[in-house]
Structure formats: structure tokens, C-alpha cells
Design a protein around this ligand. Structure first.
Ligand SMILES: C[S@@+](CC[C@H](N)C(=O)[O-])C[C@H]1O[C@@H](n2cnc3c(N)ncnc32)[C@H](O)[C@@H]1O
Ligand SMILES: [Zn+2]
Length: 447
């Protein structure tokens, strides 16, 4: 293995549009595609996730196609890559916010302890079922403080609990690997991940988006909403005066005993700002290029989607097996809040999942089948880049076997630095190899 270690830049704004798990660093992806292909070539990513490789390919004048079995990933990738009027989006977002706040802001107000005026409730801290602190942000005097709840805070809290869920989507908590903490705690539905007032606020935002007259803007608005959910949920542990920690830091749904619930309108407004700059950035880099195509499908069924022998370069970032990310499970909350909701592809996902009876062998055979399908659509002289991150020997064996079985040989292996934010968190001390990029060429054909 070579020792050079390219270091990824942070993500450009177009990929800050929404969280996705194990998103690849755009600069390195683009460099790789530029080196391996010529303008007009067809570049396929059979596990495209948030769409980085097809989008970077298109930005370079290649024809990009992304396939992923997770419908949320395809929704995200497509929305990122579709042309959009960013100013109109910002205006629509402001309208959505105003409409939702008109009905629901009353549950997010408190009294400024400093000047006595009405102030915004920037967050609430609860321990078990008890409200233990309120975060006050006063526009009038500029004060921000963490305070003891007063009588009005407590009665508002009780009343909001009795006010209903505002029509929020509340799918039942399914038995899964990344829901195991909720199942163990007896949480029955995903609505319980939110304080009642926040659930109502998000439902009001969702409702306001559904009546936005310009329907081309709705997907972007929906991404601002789904991107805000975790931040405005109960999944943030309260860390005292310092505020909260990361909602998703352990890649699992959970309910910390002492939690911070942030102002949902502010969460949405923050996400909206990111979505607007993402859309501007994507339009700037994609400019007059043909936009990439995204197809929701199982990589094992590429034959029906891409012509045999037509692909010049494959960029493949498959699931990593072992204790890897459960993409369908972790996208389930977002998927439920889209309108119409999307059905997560629990069954077709390649990966290990102890609660679904999928083990290392299932992973290995899924991967092998997917790479055989990839080999069939690749041109004879086509090349492939595979990125992989795992500390699990069996996962590496599965990948080695899948590549060999599909007729690929690795010509170069590169360790990639991990400076890009949010790259998969599995750089634990157990990790033996992480974020390796394998350059492959064809030495045979799949059986
Ligand atoms: C490591 S992630 C890819 C992340 C992507 N490179 C990015 O930059 O966002 C692996 C992806 O494989 C997808 N996947 C899992 N099983 C699949 C299958 N059978 N067919 C197609 N995609 C699958 C998952 O949904 C996930 O999005
Ligand atoms: Zn004040």
C-alpha cells in the first residue's frame, strides 16, 4: 500500500444541504473522476447516497448516473442536483416560517427575566418528564440566558402536552438495530422523539410547505424541514450551561435522560439558509451541464437500468458491513416527514443487521452480487474506484471476494485523510484500516 495521504477539504455548500451518512469528500471524488475519465464519459455510482460522485461527474462535463436503494438518498441527491431559483426558495421559506409561526409560536414564548418583556423560548431542558430549565432569547434587550422555569413556563408546558400533535407523522418505532435503544425504553412511536410543542411546530411547517404554490420549491423546503428534525428533537443531551451535544453523535436513535429541545422554528430557519446556499452553489457548478440522473434501485439490478458495457468509470462506495450504518433505518424519520412519505428499503439494503437476521455472510453475498452486476455494465476498458472504511477483517474479506468474483483487480490502494467533517465516525481505536480508496481494473468477467 502506498503511504501518500490526500487530505479532503471540507464540503462545499452544495453538500451541506442535508445530513447523509458517510458522504464522500467532493474534492477528492472530483479529482479521481477527472483523472479516470474524459468529458462525455458515463460515470456510474451504484451506491450513490447523497449523490456526490454523479454530481461532481456532471460538473466536470461527464454524464453522471447515481443508483441507490434508499429512496431518501435519491430524493436528496435529485433535489441537490435540480436547477432552482434560490431567491424564490428563500422567499418561500420565509413564507412557510411565517405561516407556521402564526399558529404555533405561542408555545415557544416566555418572559425575559431581565427586561420583563415577551421573549423567545430558545429551548427547553427536561429531565424525565420534568421541565428543569428554559433558554430565553430576548429580541428587545438582547438578553440570552438559561433560567429556572417560572409558573407560566410550567403551565405552558402542560398545556402544550395536551394540545395534540398537530397532525404530525408518527410512524411506529420498528424493531431495528439503530432503534434498539428506543425499543428497550418502550418508545412506541417516532412522535415521542419530540417535545409536544416541537412536534406541533414541525407539523405546522410541514403543512405550510404542502400549500406552497410553487411546487418546484417544495423538495428543497422539505429538506430544510427533515434536516431540522434531529436538531429540534429530544435526541440532544443537555450538557448544562454549554448547551447541547450533537443529536446524531452515536448514529442511533436515542432519548437522553436529560435533554435539550431547541426552538424548532430556528432549527428550520438555520437549515433553510444552508439549503438556499446549497442550491446556489449546485447551480453555479452544474451551470449549463447536463444534470446527473438518479434512480432508486437495488445495485444488484443494474441490468435493467444501465446498458451493458456502457459505463466508462464506476465510483462505488458500498455499505461497509460489520457494525456499519443502517441507512434505511436512519433515514426512516426523515422519510416519514416527507410529503408524500417515502418507504425505507429495509429489505433490499446490503449490510449486516442483527435485528433483521443479516450477518457477515449475507453482507458478503450481497456485495458479491452487486459487483457482478456492476462489472456487466462496465465497458471492457472501463475502470472503477471503490472506497471502503472498516475496522472489521470480515468486511474486508467480503469486499476482496466481491471484487475478485466480479473480475476486478486492485491496481492501487490509497489511504485518505479524514479532515472532511462528518466523515463516517468509525475511526475508533478498533479500526485497523479506514477510508481506503481502491483503484480497480478489469482482469476477467463475472460468471
Ligand atoms: C457508504 S454509503 C454511500 C455514500 C455516498 N458515497 C455519498 O457520498 O453520500 C452506501 C450507500 O449504499 C446504499 N445501498 C445499500 N444497499 C444497496 C443496494 N442493494 N443497492 C443500492 N444501494 C444500496 C445505501 O443506501 C447507502 O446510501
Ligand atoms: Zn429582555
Amino acid at each position: 500500500m502506498e503511504t501518500e495521504a490526500p487530505v479532503a477539504a471540507t464540503w462545499p455548500p452544495r453538500y451541506r444541504i442535508h445530513k447523509y451518512w458517510s458522504r464522500k469528500p467532493a474534492d477528492l471524488v472530483a479529482e479521481r473522476i477527472a483523472a479516470a475519465t474524459s468529458p462525455g464519459d458515463l460515470v456510474l455510482d451504484p451506491f450513490c447516497g447523497s449523490g456526490v460522485a454523479p454530481i461532481e461527474a456532471a460538473a466536470l462535463g461527464r454524464r453522471g448516473i447515481g443508483v441507490d436503494v434508499n429512496p431518501f438518498a435519491i430524493f436528496l441527491a435529485r433535489t441537490t442536483a435540480t436547477a432552482c431559483d434560490a431567491d424564490a426558495l428563500a422567499a418561500a421559506g420565509a413564507r412557510v416560517l411565517a405561516m407556521a409561526e402564526r399558529d404555533e409560536a405561542v408555545w415557544h414564548e416566555t418572559r425575559c427575566r431581565r427586561c420583563g418583556r415577551r421573549a423567545r423560548l430558545a429551548g427547553t431542558v427536561s429531565h424525565g418528564s420534568a421541565l428543569v430549565a428554559v433558554l430565553v432569547r430576548c429580541a428587545a434587550c438582547g438578553g440570552t440566558a438559561r433560567e429556572e422555569p417560572d409558573v407560566a413556563d410550567r403551565s405552558r408546558e402542560r398545556a402544550s402536552g395536551a394540545a395534540g400533535d398537530g397532525g404530525a407523522p408518527r410512524p411506529p418505532v420498528f424493531v431495528g438495530w439503530q432503534t434498539r435503544k428506543l425499543v428497550r425504553a418502550g418508545i412506541a412511536d417516532f412522535g415521542e422523539l419530540f417535545e409536544p410543542a416541537n412536534l406541533r411546530a414541525f407539523a405546522a411547517i410541514r403543512e405550510a410547505i404542502s400549500v406552497e404554490p410553487d411546487e418546484t420549491l417544495r423538495p428543497s423546503l422539505q429538506l430544510a424541514l427533515t434536516g431540522a428534525l434531529a436538531q429540534g428533537s429530544r435526541m440532544i443531551a443537555d450538557t448544562g450551561a454549554g448547551g447541547g451535544g450533537a443529536s446524531w453523535k452515536i448514529n442511533v436513535y436515542w432519548l437522553p435522560a436529560r435533554r435539550l429541545a431547541l426552538d424548532p422554528f430556528r432549527c428550520f430557519a438555520n437549515r433553510l439558509t444552508r439549503v438556499v446556499s446549497a442550491r446556489r452553489d449546485a447551480d453555479a457548478v452544474l451551470g449549463g451541464q447536463a444534470r446527473p440522473a438518479f434512480v432508486c434501485a437495488d445495485a444488484r439490478e443494474l441490468a435493467g437500468i444501465v446498458d451493458p458495457g456502457s459505463v466508462h468509470h464506476v465510483f462505488a462506495d458500498p455499505p461497509y458491513g460489520g457494525e456499519g450504518i443502517q441507512y434505511a433505518e436512519l433515514s426512516a424519520l426523515w422519510s416519514a416527514w416527507l410529503d408524500p412519505a417515502l418507504e425505507p428499503a429495509f429489505a433490499a439494503e446490503i449490510g449486516e443487521n442483527p435485528t433483521r437476521g443479516r450477518d457477515a455472510l449475507t453482507f458478503a453475498s450481497g456485495l458479491a452480487e452487486a459487483f457482478r452486476a456492476v462489472a456487466k455494465v462496465l465497458a471492457d476498458d472501463g475502470t472503477m474506484t471503490v472506497t471502503f472504511a472498516s475496522g472489521d477483517r470480515r468486511s474486508w474479506a467480503a469486499l476482496d471476494g466481491a471484487l475478485a468474483g466480479a473480475g476486478f483487480a486492485v491496481t492501487r490502494a490509497i489511504d485518505v485523510g479524514r479532515s472532511a467533517p462528518g466523515l463516517t465516525q468509525r475511526t475508533s481505536t478498533r479500526a485497523t484500516r479506514a477510508d481506503v480508496w481502491l483503484e480497480c481494473r478489469r482482469v476477467g468477467y463475472p460468471s
